[in-house]
Design a protein around this ligand. Structure first.
Ligand code: MOS
Length: 740
């Protein structure tokens, strides 16, 4: 590695394409002869479809088809559990029966010559139902609480020591309940699929964070070989987890296209995205802490309840971080699920950790006031030296370093510890902190590198770029590994024909795909070298590997540095592409030896207007220890995005269901409030130097998820410091500030 591309703040290689409109998103791949499909969603929360008045809509000019369970094909729905689907339960089989499991469930799809006609016909389709009362609130006495099935790979119960007894006898304790809201992802780009059949082969231009999974899923649903389905998605306009799974609209587009024998385009409306494409489940949590009077934790209990649907068990790591964040001899965590008559939740940025750390980090803050100890100092006194859950060493852990750095950047020393003591004119000022963490995930990935006769190297992987800058960072990894300038490397992603990669989620893209790209480029260099020594006119003809040396893009005999041969010349002489495959090559034993996580510290300043209750986040400082940073410019941008998401989680975002029928009453951007520019002020992001030799060959831990974690509790803690009001329910609202 010689060109020093890794670690440089290079601008996005796809930036020009994005700002000029040349970048094509799923809905941009319009096909000749294309029709438009619009989904009709159930208007009851539970029950059955008893009749559909197809005839009146079918007569409307321009309507081509109305497809429902009455005329939809019986689909194979073969077993396919992608790594992203809940392991327990069975996915929604769309249009296969008359059952309505949740409000908004697709019950028909209208296909027409234009979008306008399809929308109008869908709105006019008369559907009759038999209805039952859905259970949609985990606090409803009729809601069950179940222990998650162990196949879901999330621990239901974990304990060490005797946490109940230790809390009971602790000199200082707190025991509180926390309630985090259901949230919807709301990326700018809506879900969209264009489906086109050619005989029994299907092409889907479809928004997806996981194209090879969408390919396998649709093949399984239709009962056709995987090779007969192709999924194309070169660009994503934000996703945050909502495009990891393949939701029913993709199947509906394919059903519709086959039914009418023409390409069909199906784009979800903003409203529809609230009902059928996953959401962050609401959590109800309890945290109890026991400590000595000098602030040493003796007991920690966390109980969390998450929502799921009746037909699948969606689980996330709502209690995991509790087991390794702090040093404590007696710890008990418990996770339960409430199956509700709603659609299945899914991963949303920082899934599990974001809600887990809200409860834990607020509880620690509460304890700090009770003890009269600075909240950072409290965390310092309880900083573990090993992962006490597993007794494994951390591969690296920079949490305290992040706090030290953050306190300096933020000016934490200026804080008067007394609540309601700091003011700016009429405004109450509060400073709050919280820890962030996210695991280092990795899954096997593949890539292909191809040296063209022109000297350009193409690198391909079926990865995605929902915004973090995968195009750019992978180009950096390839360029550095090969010794080429960035502009001689073209990285391509988003086609299911490319080598398979894991989901573009869980902050694992760089660790997984990056390692595969590196491996493919190392192999390409080896093949290029082989071609160079085999070519009679080459200056390195018949040289042995030991005699050769590379400097940037040239290989030469060590004793004659002046007479090398470049990739361009090697490619040129070969006259045809030289291709190399690579796979990520992680030591599978590593997770058994090390506890691997990224850590960070979030500092927040809020200003609360005591008369009208408005809460403004005036400053954020986020400091992260996330291993090697491939591109500081993109990494910073990732973290700003996560912090903005955290501000939304803390103060605005909440999906509201009508208790009568489960209808989402704020399924639009006017009432589902997200932060806008005026809500966001100074955000200061930095990274502490962290050389972690254990995590993977690139030394990266992943970023993206961690940036939302810790923000909501830091805001809640700052609000308490400003006002003396401890709000344990998200989002924190104006009315919380006004009530006494
Ligand atoms: Mo992330 S929630 O795994 O897209």
């Amino acid at each position: 590695m010689t060109t020093g591309m890794i670690g440089n703040p290079v601008l996005r290689v796809d930036g020009r394409a994005k700002v000029t409109g040349a970048a094509r998103y799923a809905a941009d791949f319009n096909q000749k002869n294309q029709l438009y499909a619009v989904i009709v969603g159930a208007t009851v929360g539970l029950g059955r479809v008893t009749a559909i008045d197809v005839a009146s809509v079918s007569r409307m000019p321009g309507v081509v088809a109305v497809i429902s369970h009455l005329n939809a094909p019986k689909l194979a729905y073969g077993t396919h559990k992608g790594s992203i689907d809940p392991a327990v339960g069975e996915r929604l089989h769309v249009l296969q029966d008359n059952q309505v499991r949740f409000f908004g469930q697709p019950i028909a799809v209208v296909v027409a010559e234009s979008l306008d006609i399809a929308e109008r016909a869908a709105a006019e389709l008369k559907v009759s139902y038999s209805r039952q009362q859905p259970v949609i609130d985990p606090k409803d006495p009729k809601a069950q609480q179940v222990t998650p099935d162990p196949r879901g790979r999330v621990h239901a119960d974990r304990s060490r020591g005797n946490a109940d007894a230790a809390v009971a006898s602790a000199p200082v304790k707190i025991d509180e309940r926390y309630d985090t809201a259901r949230e919807n992802h709301n990326p700018m780009e809506p879900h969209a699929t264009i489906a086109a059949w050619n005989g029994n082969r299907l092409t889907l231009w479809s928004k997806s964070q996981f194209v090879v999974n969408e390919q396998a899923e649709i093949a399984a649903i239709f009962g056709i070989p995987v090779q007969q389905v192709q999924v194309v998605c070169p660009f994503i306009g934000g996703a945050f987890g909502t495009s990891l799974r393949t939701w029913p609209h993709v199947t509906l587009a394919a059903i519709a296209a086959r039914h009418v024998g023409r390409p069909v385009k199906l784009v979800l409306s903003r409203k529809q995205m609230f009902f059928t494409t996953g959401h962050r489940p609401r959590t109800l949590q309890r945290v109890a802490l026991g400590a000595t009077s000098d602030g040493k934790l003796v007991s920690l209990i966390q109980e969390a309840n998450g929502e799921t649907s009746r037909y699948e068990q969606f689980v996330e790591a709502v209690t995991s971080a509790t087991n390794y964040m702090v040093s404590c001899p007696n710890v008990s965590t418990r996770y339960r699920l409430s199956p509700l008559d709603t659609s299945t939740p899914t991963y949303m940025r920082g899934p599990g950790e974001a809600t887990n750390m809200f409860a834990l980090e607020c509880a620690l803050d509460e304890l700090s006031y009770k003890l009269g100890i600075d909240p950072i100092e409290l965390r310092r006194r309880n900083e573990p030296t090993v992962d006490e859950e597993t007794q494994k060493p951390f591969s690296s852990r920079s949490l305290m370093h992040c706090y030290t750095e953050g306190a300096e950047r933020f000016g934490w020393a200026r804080r008067d510890p007394k609540p309601r003591s700091m003011r700016d004119g009429r405004l109450l000022i509060g400073y709050g902190v919280a820890s962030a963490t996210y695991p280092v995930f990795y899954a096997p990935a593949n890539a292909l590198a191809r040296l063209l006769p022109s000297g350009i190297v193409e690198v391909e992987a079926a990865a995605s770029d929902m915004g973090p800058g995968t195009y750019t960072s992978m180009t950096q990894v390839a360029a550095e590994t090969l010794g080429l300038p960035m502009d001689q490397v073209r990285f391509r992603l988003g086609y299911s024909v490319y080598p398979a990669t894991p989901p573009h989620g869980g902050s694992m893209t760089m660790a997984s795909v990056g390692s595969a790209v590196r491996a493919a480029c190392i192999e390409l260099r080896r093949l290029a070298e082989g071609a160079a020594v085999a070519a009679p006119q080459s200056p390195v003809f018949k040289a042995s590997v030991e005699q050769l040396e590379w400097k940037q893009d040239r290989v030469y005999r060590r004793e004659n540095a002046g007479s090398g041969i470049s990739y361009r010349e090697i490619g040129n002489r070969a006259g045809k592409p030289i291709e190399a495959q690579g796979s990520s090559d992680h030591d599978p034993e590593l997770p058994k030896r090390y506890s691997m996580h990224a850590f960070g510290a979030a500092f927040i300043e809020v200003a609360v207007d005591p008369d009208v209750g408005t809460i403004r986040v005036r400053r954020t400082v986020g400091v992260y220890g996330a291993g090697r940073i491939i591109n500081p410019f993109l990494a910073r941008s990732q973290c700003i995005g996560g912090i903005v998401g955290g501000i939304g989680m803390a103060l605005m975002e909440s999906t509201a269901l009508d208790p009568r029928d489960g209808r989402i009453v704020n399924a639009h951007m006017a009432d589902y409030v997200v932060p806008v520019n005026l809500d966001i002020s100074n955000i200061d992001v930095s990274f502490v130097e962290e050389n972690d030799p254990h995590v993977n060959p690139l030394g990266v831990k992943g970023l993206g998820e961690i940036a939302i974690v810790g923000i909501a509790p830091a805001i809640a803690n700052a609000v308490y410091h400003a006002t003396g009001k401890r709000i344990r329910t998200l989002p924190i609202r104006i009315e919380n500030m006004l009530s006494h």
